[in-house]
Design a protein around this ligand. Sequence first.
Ligand code: ADP
Length: 214
Amino acid sequence: MLPIELNKRQEKIVEIVKDLGPITGEQIADRLDLTRATLRPDLAILTMSGYLDARPRVGYFYTGKTSAQLLTEKIRQIQVKEYLSMPVLVQEDATVYDAICTMFLEDVGTLFVVNKHSKLAGVLSRKDLLRASMGNQDLNSIPVSIIMTRMPNITVCSKEDLLVEVAEKLIDKQIDALPVIKNSTDEDAFEVIGRITKTNITKALVDFSGDAII
Ligand code: ADP
Protein backbone atom coordinates (compact mmCIF):
# COMPACT_ATOMS: atom_id res chain seq x y z
CA MET A 1 0.00 0.00 0.00
CA LEU A 2 1.05 3.58 -0.51
CA PRO A 3 1.69 5.61 2.62
CA ILE A 4 -1.32 7.76 3.50
CA GLU A 5 0.84 10.84 3.48
CA LEU A 6 4.58 11.33 3.28
CA ASN A 7 5.96 12.93 6.41
CA LYS A 8 8.23 15.98 6.23
CA ARG A 9 11.37 13.92 6.43
CA GLN A 10 10.25 11.56 3.68
CA GLU A 11 9.38 14.53 1.50
CA LYS A 12 12.87 15.94 2.09
CA ILE A 13 14.43 12.61 1.18
CA VAL A 14 12.46 12.49 -2.08
CA GLU A 15 13.63 16.04 -2.89
CA ILE A 16 17.28 15.17 -2.19
CA VAL A 17 17.15 12.03 -4.32
CA LYS A 18 15.30 13.90 -7.07
CA ASP A 19 18.09 16.52 -7.19
CA LEU A 20 21.16 14.39 -6.51
CA GLY A 21 20.33 10.77 -7.28
CA PRO A 22 21.83 8.27 -7.59
CA ILE A 23 22.80 8.89 -4.00
CA THR A 24 23.65 6.49 -1.18
CA GLY A 25 21.75 6.21 2.09
CA GLU A 26 24.88 7.41 3.87
CA GLN A 27 24.99 10.59 1.77
CA ILE A 28 21.29 11.28 2.30
CA ALA A 29 21.79 10.83 6.06
CA ASP A 30 24.72 13.30 6.00
CA ARG A 31 22.63 15.91 4.20
CA LEU A 32 19.89 15.61 6.80
CA ASP A 33 22.31 15.43 9.73
CA LEU A 34 20.88 12.09 10.77
CA THR A 35 22.29 8.61 11.18
CA ARG A 36 21.79 5.99 8.48
CA ALA A 37 19.86 3.87 11.03
CA THR A 38 17.36 6.66 11.72
CA LEU A 39 16.73 6.98 8.02
CA ARG A 40 16.33 3.29 7.28
CA PRO A 41 12.53 3.00 7.91
CA ASP A 42 11.82 6.07 5.75
CA LEU A 43 13.94 4.72 2.90
CA ALA A 44 12.19 1.35 3.21
CA ILE A 45 8.77 3.02 2.96
CA LEU A 46 9.82 5.16 0.00
CA THR A 47 11.23 2.22 -1.96
CA MET A 48 8.36 -0.13 -1.10
CA SER A 49 5.80 2.40 -2.19
CA GLY A 50 7.64 3.05 -5.45
CA TYR A 51 8.75 6.68 -5.02
CA LEU A 52 12.41 5.61 -4.97
CA ASP A 53 14.34 2.78 -6.51
CA ALA A 54 17.36 1.27 -4.74
CA ARG A 55 20.24 -0.32 -6.60
CA PRO A 56 22.93 -2.19 -4.68
CA ARG A 57 26.27 -0.37 -4.55
CA VAL A 58 24.86 2.53 -6.57
CA GLY A 59 22.28 4.14 -4.35
CA TYR A 60 18.79 5.58 -4.54
CA PHE A 61 17.06 6.89 -7.69
CA TYR A 62 13.91 8.92 -8.00
CA THR A 63 11.41 6.88 -10.07
CA GLY A 64 9.65 9.99 -11.34
CA LYS A 65 6.27 8.45 -10.58
CA THR A 66 3.62 10.64 -9.01
CA SER A 67 1.56 9.26 -6.16
CA ALA A 68 -1.44 9.16 -8.51
CA GLN A 69 0.53 6.96 -10.93
CA LEU A 70 1.69 4.72 -8.09
CA LEU A 71 -1.85 4.39 -6.79
CA THR A 72 -3.13 3.47 -10.26
CA GLU A 73 -0.40 0.83 -10.58
CA LYS A 74 -1.38 -0.67 -7.22
CA ILE A 75 -5.06 -0.74 -8.14
CA ARG A 76 -4.26 -2.46 -11.43
CA GLN A 77 -2.41 -5.19 -9.52
CA ILE A 78 -5.30 -6.23 -7.23
CA GLN A 79 -6.30 -9.82 -7.86
CA VAL A 80 -9.74 -11.38 -7.52
CA LYS A 81 -8.49 -13.62 -4.69
CA GLU A 82 -7.99 -10.57 -2.43
CA TYR A 83 -11.66 -9.58 -2.58
CA LEU A 84 -13.79 -12.60 -3.48
CA SER A 85 -16.78 -13.76 -1.39
CA MET A 86 -18.19 -17.21 -0.81
CA PRO A 87 -20.45 -18.41 -3.64
CA VAL A 88 -24.08 -19.25 -2.94
CA LEU A 89 -25.05 -22.35 -4.89
CA VAL A 90 -28.31 -24.06 -5.77
CA GLN A 91 -28.86 -27.39 -7.47
CA GLU A 92 -30.12 -27.52 -11.04
CA ASP A 93 -33.28 -29.35 -9.97
CA ALA A 94 -34.12 -26.84 -7.21
CA THR A 95 -37.38 -24.99 -7.80
CA VAL A 96 -37.73 -21.28 -8.45
CA TYR A 97 -39.41 -21.02 -5.05
CA ASP A 98 -36.36 -22.66 -3.36
CA ALA A 99 -34.05 -20.26 -5.20
CA ILE A 100 -36.06 -17.21 -4.10
CA CYS A 101 -35.86 -18.42 -0.47
CA THR A 102 -32.10 -19.03 -0.78
CA MET A 103 -31.47 -15.62 -2.32
CA PHE A 104 -33.49 -13.96 0.42
CA LEU A 105 -31.95 -15.90 3.31
CA GLU A 106 -28.35 -15.70 2.04
CA ASP A 107 -28.75 -12.00 1.25
CA VAL A 108 -27.12 -12.14 -2.19
CA GLY A 109 -28.16 -10.84 -5.60
CA THR A 110 -26.83 -13.70 -7.72
CA LEU A 111 -27.01 -17.46 -7.27
CA PHE A 112 -24.88 -19.98 -9.13
CA VAL A 113 -26.53 -23.17 -10.26
CA VAL A 114 -24.58 -26.44 -10.18
CA ASN A 115 -25.31 -29.81 -11.77
CA LYS A 116 -25.30 -33.17 -10.04
CA HIS A 117 -21.51 -33.30 -10.38
CA SER A 118 -21.29 -29.97 -8.52
CA LYS A 119 -20.06 -28.16 -11.67
CA LEU A 120 -21.28 -24.78 -12.90
CA ALA A 121 -24.48 -25.10 -14.93
CA GLY A 122 -26.02 -21.62 -14.75
CA VAL A 123 -26.59 -18.26 -13.11
CA LEU A 124 -29.73 -16.80 -11.52
CA SER A 125 -30.12 -13.08 -10.99
CA ARG A 126 -32.78 -11.22 -9.02
CA LYS A 127 -34.57 -10.26 -12.22
CA ASP A 128 -34.49 -13.84 -13.54
CA LEU A 129 -36.44 -14.86 -10.42
CA LEU A 130 -38.76 -11.84 -10.54
CA ARG A 131 -39.52 -12.53 -14.20
CA ALA A 132 -40.37 -16.17 -13.40
CA SER A 133 -42.63 -14.99 -10.57
CA MET A 134 -44.75 -12.78 -12.81
CA GLY A 135 -48.00 -14.40 -13.85
CA ASN A 136 -49.78 -17.18 -12.04
CA GLN A 137 -47.25 -19.95 -12.32
CA ASP A 138 -46.63 -22.44 -9.54
CA LEU A 139 -43.11 -21.51 -8.45
CA ASN A 140 -42.82 -24.80 -6.62
CA SER A 141 -43.06 -26.74 -9.83
CA ILE A 142 -40.62 -24.83 -12.06
CA PRO A 143 -36.99 -25.99 -11.85
CA VAL A 144 -34.38 -23.22 -11.97
CA SER A 145 -32.73 -24.92 -14.95
CA ILE A 146 -35.59 -23.60 -17.11
CA ILE A 147 -35.08 -19.96 -16.28
CA MET A 148 -31.34 -19.64 -15.56
CA THR A 149 -28.72 -18.26 -17.90
CA ARG A 150 -26.81 -21.41 -18.74
CA MET A 151 -23.37 -22.58 -19.71
CA PRO A 152 -21.53 -21.92 -22.02
CA ASN A 153 -22.98 -18.39 -21.85
CA ILE A 154 -21.64 -17.66 -18.39
CA THR A 155 -18.88 -15.10 -17.92
CA VAL A 156 -16.44 -16.46 -15.36
CA CYS A 157 -13.11 -15.48 -13.82
CA SER A 158 -10.34 -17.15 -11.86
CA LYS A 159 -8.86 -16.03 -8.57
CA GLU A 160 -5.63 -14.91 -10.25
CA ASP A 161 -7.48 -12.54 -12.60
CA LEU A 162 -7.15 -8.81 -12.05
CA LEU A 163 -10.03 -7.07 -10.31
CA VAL A 164 -10.02 -4.30 -12.95
CA GLU A 165 -10.53 -6.88 -15.68
CA VAL A 166 -13.52 -8.26 -13.77
CA ALA A 167 -14.88 -4.71 -13.37
CA GLU A 168 -14.55 -4.23 -17.14
CA LYS A 169 -16.44 -7.48 -17.79
CA LEU A 170 -19.24 -6.52 -15.40
CA ILE A 171 -19.68 -3.21 -17.20
CA ASP A 172 -19.29 -4.66 -20.67
CA LYS A 173 -21.84 -7.48 -20.09
CA GLN A 174 -24.10 -5.37 -17.85
CA ILE A 175 -24.16 -7.95 -15.07
CA ASP A 176 -23.66 -7.78 -11.30
CA ALA A 177 -21.48 -10.78 -10.49
CA LEU A 178 -19.08 -13.39 -11.83
CA PRO A 179 -18.49 -16.88 -10.53
CA VAL A 180 -14.86 -17.46 -9.61
CA ILE A 181 -13.88 -20.86 -10.94
CA LYS A 182 -10.97 -23.18 -10.33
CA ASN A 183 -8.60 -23.04 -13.31
CA SER A 184 -9.82 -25.45 -15.94
CA THR A 185 -10.07 -25.55 -19.70
CA ASP A 186 -13.01 -27.94 -19.60
CA GLU A 187 -16.13 -25.78 -19.80
CA ASP A 188 -18.27 -28.69 -18.64
CA ALA A 189 -16.33 -29.01 -15.43
CA PHE A 190 -16.04 -25.55 -13.93
CA GLU A 191 -15.86 -25.76 -10.16
CA VAL A 192 -17.19 -22.63 -8.47
CA ILE A 193 -14.88 -21.49 -5.67
CA GLY A 194 -16.07 -17.91 -5.16
CA ARG A 195 -18.17 -14.97 -6.16
CA ILE A 196 -17.10 -11.49 -7.16
CA THR A 197 -19.68 -8.74 -7.30
CA LYS A 198 -19.99 -5.01 -7.71
CA THR A 199 -19.95 -4.81 -3.89
CA ASN A 200 -16.52 -6.48 -3.70
CA ILE A 201 -15.20 -3.98 -6.23
CA THR A 202 -16.72 -1.08 -4.30
CA LYS A 203 -14.94 -2.39 -1.19
CA ALA A 204 -11.60 -2.34 -3.05
CA LEU A 205 -12.29 1.23 -4.13
CA VAL A 206 -13.00 2.27 -0.54
CA ASP A 207 -9.83 0.54 0.72
CA PHE A 208 -7.71 2.37 -1.82
CA SER A 209 -9.38 5.75 -1.49
CA GLY A 210 -7.58 6.18 1.85
CA ASP A 211 -4.31 6.50 -0.04
CA ALA A 212 -3.52 10.12 -0.56
CA ILE A 213 -1.98 12.20 -3.27
CA ILE A 214 0.87 14.43 -2.14
P1 ADP B 1 -30.40 -8.44 -12.63
O1 ADP B 1 -31.00 -9.30 -13.71
O2 ADP B 1 -31.03 -8.68 -11.29
O3 ADP B 1 -30.33 -6.99 -13.01
P2 ADP B 1 -27.73 -9.04 -13.57
O4 ADP B 1 -27.56 -7.73 -14.26
O5 ADP B 1 -26.53 -9.62 -12.87
O6 ADP B 1 -28.86 -8.96 -12.48
O7 ADP B 1 -28.23 -10.12 -14.63
C1 ADP B 1 -28.72 -9.81 -15.91
C2 ADP B 1 -28.84 -11.10 -16.72
O8 ADP B 1 -27.55 -11.63 -16.96
C3 ADP B 1 -29.63 -12.20 -16.02
O9 ADP B 1 -30.45 -12.85 -16.95
C4 ADP B 1 -28.58 -13.15 -15.48
O10 ADP B 1 -28.97 -14.52 -15.48
C5 ADP B 1 -27.43 -12.95 -16.44
N1 ADP B 1 -26.12 -13.05 -15.77
C6 ADP B 1 -25.79 -12.65 -14.52
N2 ADP B 1 -24.50 -12.92 -14.25
C7 ADP B 1 -24.00 -13.52 -15.35
C8 ADP B 1 -22.73 -14.06 -15.71
N3 ADP B 1 -21.67 -14.03 -14.87
N4 ADP B 1 -22.58 -14.59 -16.94
C9 ADP B 1 -23.61 -14.61 -17.81
N5 ADP B 1 -24.84 -14.14 -17.54
C10 ADP B 1 -25.04 -13.61 -16.33
